[in-house]
Design a protein around this ligand. Sequence first.
Ligand SMILES: NC(=O)c1ccc[n+]([C@@H]2O[C@H](COP(=O)([O-])OP(=O)(O)OC[C@H]3O[C@@H](n4cnc5c(N)ncnc54)[C@H](O)[C@@H]3O)[C@@H](O)[C@H]2O)c1
Length: 348
Amino acid sequence: MKTDIQQIVDNLSNVSQNFSGKTILLTGGRGFLGRYFMEIFNQLNQKFLKEKMKVIVLDNLITSGKEGAEIPIYDNISFQNHDVIKKFNFDNKIDFIIHAAGIASPYYYRAFPLETLEVAIDGTKNMLELAERNSARLTFFSSSEIYGDPDPKNIPTKESYRGNVSCTGPRACYDESKRVGETLCNIFHKIKGVHTNTIRPFNIFGPGMQETDYRVLPNFTSRIKANIPLQIYGTGNQTRTFCYVTDAMEGFIRVILNGVPGEAYNIGNPDPEISVIELIKKIEIILGKKVRYDIVNYPDSYPADEPNRRCPDIFKAKIQVKYKPKIQIEEGLRRFINWSDNVYLGIQ
Ligand SMILES: NC(=O)c1ccc[n+]([C@@H]2O[C@H](COP(=O)([O-])OP(=O)(O)OC[C@H]3O[C@@H](n4cnc5c(N)ncnc54)[C@H](O)[C@@H]3O)[C@@H](O)[C@H]2O)c1
């Protein structure tokens, strides 16, 4: 993880000067992606920025697990345990708001449907009002899930695709609340002149993912370590793309600094689009051994109605913010498995 952070920070040394002397409010800062932001901002302060940035991190720790609950102490970065569905008062000027708080794992949004709605709707509105008062740039973390289950004509999926989403299905609390969050950003941009950007991440993976939030890769690696068969929900033919976290973090920061006002950006890696079974085959090659798996029905704890295919069109982010993913899936999986080998076995 440390080498990955180093790599991101080195790649961003030029653009990051725009953070010099600025104040940043980061919500969801103890989640998987939020913890990367904290580490990157700390390194940028230490290595590159002439005038340090100040970062205020908010999180109510609802899903951040034991990794998120250990708050590091860094100069110029402060943490507050705060639920963003409540107003946040801050006396000094804020320049950037990164609203990454959310309930992102299907396992958790099944368990907390109302909290999932509230963080993406009330939380986003609170952050937009704060951005308006401060003339700050706000970046909202939406999701590829706002596209629902796209028809094959719209794969790879462009930002202009309107989606095929159920408002009552088992995933509706997440998909629909992210859609409303985007609508709010759009209204605040058009009517109140707030500089908003939306990011729609597509399956980001890497070291630091929580074993217990049941996203596919940590779920698989922890079962492999425990020597129990993987469980594939549904058919195993559903496809996904996987974007390694160093590429994604660079893309996010490029959008935060250089996104065109009011625009939404897909951030992911379109190559390759693979089925869950093909993903297992790639893991087998890296491990050099067969992995046992069973195809099972969706358990009660996991929302069914999964999209059949998911693949981003990233042309817009390439052109407008110079986003270009570089890490091949095999290399990303190798780094993730090496890390999870240590962590899930308790060595690190
Ligand atoms: N990681 C991905 O692949 C991915 C994909 C699509 C969308 N996203 C979105 O990006 C954002 C960050 O994703 P992540 O993977 O880091 O998620 P995560 O679940 O690891 O972290 C989210 C953090 O938000 C916090 N949070 C939730 N509700 C809150 C509230 N009301 N007030 C304050 N904090 C609250 C949680 O405690 C958690 O620490 C989320 O909004 C997520 O929906 C991520």
